[in-house]
Design a binder for this molecule. Structure first.
Ligand SMILES: [Zn+2]
Length: 277
């Protein structure tokens, strides 16, 4: 089955991972900007990172006919440095018209601090002024419920924001309903050490249905599994769910959501096949 991984940090992965994902059916992916494991020291560090995301990663993915898209921001983990965050936010528009840039993300909260809220709000303002879609990171573990609630309140308080153009990632059983009820898209992240397992993701599909629901691996430089979406596909099959339902979540839904971005120019694999390529 063809699928998209809508949230994966390929700069942290080796080229063999691209090959493995392509062999498992991955035809497209989107890579939000995130924390490098250390705080970057200057706006030029981010400029170089955004060049990597928009120039080299799409090329590396294309070697295996995987179509690579990206989202730009400064991560909440670096938001305590508000002045650097503002420099980065001011620089982001240099990249917004590049091919494959889907919007602003992954933005949100980490420890739910005041500075994180300020930087999150300024990212939202940038997205509204530049007509961009938004990809949201919600906090982990003990900070998740409160952080998700704070994020949803800020999104709902801004009347400029079209909820259908916002994807809220890392939802779990205690946050998914609020996200879907407000009309946002929801992403379930499958992680080996925290977040959600494939089986819990299947439970949530059974409870809430496939509408506006996505699944991703969030594969990065830490313990994570870039092939988590195929694990979800298998878990769905083992529960007896039809291929059409699985395809809707791992392929049709990402295509629908990404189509809201002006730089989304996906070529379906059938087009390559028809052209004999
Ligand atoms: Zn991420």
């Amino acid at each position: 089955m063809y699928y998209f991984d809508p949230h994966i940090h390929m700069v942290s992965r080796v080229t063999d991972d691209y090959e493995m994902l392509a062999k498992m059916g991955c035809v497209g992916m989107s890579e939000p900007a995130f924390w490098a494991g250390f705080d970057r020291g200057s706006v030029d560090g981010f400029r170089d990172y955004f060049r990597q995301l928009t120039e080299f990663e799409p090329k590396r993915a294309s070697w295996y006919r995987v179509q690579h898209y990206t989202w730009l921001c400064i991560n909440a983990k670096e938001a305590e440095n508000v002045s650097l965050s503002r420099e980065v936010i001011a620089m982001i528009p240099e990249f917004l018209d590049r091919p494959g840039v889907l919007g602003i993300g992954e933005i949100g909260l980490n420890k739910n601090t005041k500075n994180e809220s300020i930087v999150f709000g300024e990212h939202l303002d940038l997205a509204m002024k530049t007509d961009e879609q938004i990809l949201i990171h919600t906090p982990h573990l003990e900070d998740k419920y409160q952080g998700t609630r704070m994020i949803l309140d800020m999104l709902c308080d801004d009347s400029r924001i079209d909820h259908n153009r916002v994807l809220v990632d890392h939802v779990e059983e205690h946050t998914i309903r609020a996200v879907l009820d407000e009309g946002f898209w929801a992403g379930m992240t499958l992680y080996p050490v925290s977040k959600c397992t494939p089986e819990r993701a299947v439970d949530m599909v059974e409870m809430y249905g496939p509408e506006r629901l996505l699944v991703n691996s969030a594969g990065d430089w830490g313990p994570s599994k870039p092939t988590a979406v195929p694990d979800f596909i298998l878990a769905m099959r083992l529960r007896g769910h039809p291929e059409s339902l699985i395809r809707r979540i791992v392929y049709d839904n990402p295509l629908r959501f990404f189509s809201g971005s002006r730089n989304f120019d996906f070529t379906p694999p059938e087009v390559y096949q028809a052209a004999g390529l």
